[in-house]
Design a protein around this ligand. Structure first.
Ligand SMILES: Nc1ncnc2c1ncn2[C@@H]1O[C@H](COP(=O)(O)OP(=O)(O)O)[C@@H](O)[C@H]1O
Ligand SMILES: [Mg+2]
Length: 333
């Protein structure tokens, strides 16, 4: 197929708490697709058939119409996708990164960027990912999970005491962007932290806290890109540090011993393959002060604004944002 004849539908927005981030990713990818010359339609699946005439409205902070999960089916089934060769997914979080949209697109018979249904679902479920990481010998923080029903806070505190102690991290099992996550200093913090995590997910994941450094590795074309260290202004790499200019410092390639950086790359690729991920993605790690690495999760549709982490790692090996977008398209066809 003549590359420039590939017709693309860019999906951005969605209904997850990461809707705003997805709009930014979408706007950046749209700009790149236009300058690369790909005919592109932009669709916010959360609007269903009711898409704005002006694409820029999809990327606007203010919503153009009511959004709903039920609209996804109509959006995927609409005639706008009739002559589309590839859907470029700029969605993040639940109902976008978790295999649900991927499954609708499989049923419709349209190719899409990123990982398949199963890998996307596994990566969105931190507990399932960790079970696979452990199976494949990829170090991950010690953990246990608590279901929403009939929670006994006293027994949770007891398990923490008898396992890894404090501080510990309590987070929703299937959210992104550090939403609903608490670092608990002692038993007094546990109840509210579990309740908060359960506001966002049916399972709360309780993990040992890994003191040290925040590292991330992008995967592209079955290779790991140079390791990036994030130095957030807050102790936690929270929503504000993730998405506000100047709230984090980024060092790529990370200034760490070569041995540690090679291990991070090797573990990142192993984790990516453990979940069966394809195309591109990003593995998040904590690294303690003795350079021991712990994989937290894989992001199958990582942020792709021009200042996001994956584009920064690509740039470190001379791949521009546009080249990265083009590579992702080629990998998906
Ligand atoms: N076990 C942990 N030890 C230390 N910090 C953690 C731990 N788990 C999460 N964090 C912090 O919270 C951030 C978000 O956690 P993560 O598991 O990557 O979820 P998500 O990015 O999907 O919200 C991490 O980047 C890290 O800064
Ligand atoms: Mg993360």
């Amino acid at each position: 197929m003549d590359d420039k004849k590939i017709k693309i539908a860019l999906f951005a927005g969605g209904t997850s708490p990461e809707r705003a981030v997805s709009k930014s990713t979408g706007a950046a990818i749209y700009k790149a697709l236009k300058s690369l010359g790909y005919p592109t339609v932009v669709i916010d699946p959360a609007y269903g058939k009711n898409q704005p005439a002006d694409v820029e409205q999809i990327f606007c902070e203010k919503d153009y119409a009511e959004i709903s999960n039920r609209n996804y089916v109509e959006a995927v089934n609409s005639s706008a996708l009739d002559d589309i060769d590839l859907v470029f997914l700029a969605l993040h979080g639940k109902w976008g990164e978790d295999g649900t949209v991927q499954s609708l697109l499989d049923l419709r018979g349209v190719k899409y960027t990123g990982s398949n249904v199963l890998s996307s679902s596994l990566a969105m479920d931190k507990m399932m990912s960790k079970i696979l990481f452990q199976h494949y010998g990829i170090a991950t923080p010690r953990w246990f999970a608590i279901d929403k029903n009939g929670v006994d806070y006293k027994s949770i505190a007891k398990i923490i005491d008898n396992s890894f102690g404090y501080p510990c991290v309590i987070k929703p099992n299937d959210q992104g962007s550090t939403v609903g996550l608490t670092i608990c200093k002692n038993e007094d913090d546990v109840e509210s932290a579990v309740k908060l995590a359960h506001e966002f997910a049916n399972k709360a994941l309780i993990e040992e806290y890994i003191d040290g450094h925040e590292m991330t590795v992008a995967l592209l074309e079955n290779k790991a890109l140079p390791v990036l260290e994030i130095k957030p202004k807050h102790t936690l790499y929270d929503y504000e540090c993730k998405y506000t200019n100047g709230m984090s410092e980024y060092v790529v390639p990370a200034n760490i011993p070569q041995e540690a950086s090679e291990r991070l790359q090797e573990q990142a690729l192993k984790a990516f393959h453990a979940l069966g991920c394809t195309g591109y993605g990003r593995a998040d790690f904590r690294m303690d002060t003795s350079f021991n690495t712990f994989c937290l999760e894989i992001n199958t549709l990582p942020g792709m604004t021009s200042t996001s982490l994956v584009p920064k790692m690509a740039k470190a090996v001379g791949i521009s944002f546009e080249e990265l977008v083009e590579k992702i398209i080629k990998l998906s066809l």
